[in-house]
Design a binder for this molecule. Structure first.
Ligand code: PMV
Length: 360
């Protein structure tokens, strides 16, 4: 597949209007994407668990214009309210994907979107948001070309979502998703994500992710800026190599259900991500004192309890606490007793591995 595979032939059907709706989940990376080339091409491959509870629902209403417009024509509503300040992001997204969806200037769109998680939770909604919008646009395209099959539909939705926000391409399907070319993973691509094609031991089914909201504010450094700081970064080449190696090793870990090695890789990835931030120029720190307190508590509890609870971090201060289904009672009790106190307003979200976006 090259990017031209996603440029459609002239549509054989026409449609005056309609309404489509999708609910797309967020995802949490185990091997992190950090650093990109032009056009949202990742500098290294990544892998994630698709989540279930954290999701964006988008309704897209489309109405054919009398004639093709010069500009994109759309209204945007977030949680029922008109959202002018989100518009530039959508215009940038539409501009990037117009080549692949030539109908974009032929319709007026009403985009109504809402998140299942609180707006000011420090949880980025770009992954689920761009995935939901990408899927809605694919549903419109499918009305213009009903021959599109399910495999291509998901691939192109992932391809479009990637152009909105890199990690969004991993939010179309579940439950373990891989993105970025890796020599041992057949079908892997920089252009779109794929369902992880290797065996996954049952211990990883129903994995839990309790998200501790340590800092609900806006991040001081956006992920776009962070990715760009990987250019000319003193450790970038080694880091990119490490991501490839970790993906190779995860194949064995997933097959065998080796939780101890899983923990080492996942926690190592989270800390490496933040180490990259701390060693870029300018350097920055997104963790907060309570992020570290939580990590220390997890390490202490894991040792004392012989459980397999571990953590990962995204580009922020919040902590994702990961644990298998068969340890959920004891670990969740520990979270409530010892970790929730470090959350802002004691807030956390109980999530778990999920199975991908749903058409509504
Ligand atoms: O998709 P972006 O550009 O917001 O970048 C996401 C980067 C991380 O969340 C830190 C890692 C990842 O792979 O999701």
């Amino acid at each position: 597949m090259t990017h031209t595979s996603f440029v459609p032939s002239p549509y054989l059907h026409s449609k005056n209007g309609g309404k489509v709706s999708w609910k797309a989940p967020s995802n949490i990376a185990l091997v992190k994407y950090w650093g990109k080339k032009e056009n949202q091409i990742p500098a290294n491959p990544s892998i994630s668990f698709t989540l279930d509870a954290c999701a964006t629902t988008t309704i897209l209403t489309f109405t054919k214009l009398q004639k093709k417009n010069k500009e994109f024509s759309f209204d945007l509503f977030f949680e029922g309210k008109s959202k002018e300040d989100f518009k530039p992001k959508i215009i940038a997204f539409f501009t990037r994907i117009e080549k692949y969806l030539p109908f974009l200037k032929e319709y007026h769109f009403k985009i109504e979107t809402e998140n299942s998680f609180p707006h000011s939770s420090g949880i980025a909604s770009s992954a689920s948001g761009m995935a939901a919008l990408g899927l809605c646009l694919m549903s419109v395209e499918k009305e213009l070309n009903p021959e599109i099959d399910g495999i291509f539909f998901n691939q192109k939705a992932s391809f479009l979502a990637r152009l909105g926000s890199g990690s969004a391409c991993r939010s179309i399907e579940g439950d373990v998703i891989q993105w970025g070319r890796h020599k041992e993973i057949e079908g892997s691509s920089d252009l779109h994500a794929i369902k992880y094609p290797f065996k996954i031991h049952p211990i990883f089914k129903n994995f839990h992710d309790t998200i501790l909201l340590v800092d609900k504010g806006q991040k001081q450094v956006s992920s776009t800026v962070g990715h760009n700081l990987m250019h000319n970064h003193p450790f970038s080449e080694e880091r990119f190599k490490q991501a490839h190696l970790n993906l190779s090793e995860l194949q064995v870990v997933f097959t065998e259900g080796n939780l101890d090695r899983f923990i080492e890789i996942v926690e190592g990835e989270a800390l490496t991500l933040h180490a990259m931030m701390m060693t870029s120029l300018p350097y920055f720190i997104l963790m907060k004192p309570n992020t570290l307190k939580i990590i220390e508590k997890i390490w202490k509890f894991r040792k004392a309890s012989s459980t397999h609870v571990c953590f990962t971090l995204d580009a922020g201060a919040n902590v994702h606490v990961l644990y298998p289904e068969n340890e959920k009672d004891v670990v969740f009790q520990f979270i409530k007793d010892e970790l929730v106190v470090y959350c802002q307003e004691q807030q956390y979200i109980c999530d778990r591995i999920g199975f991908g976006a749903k058409k509504l």
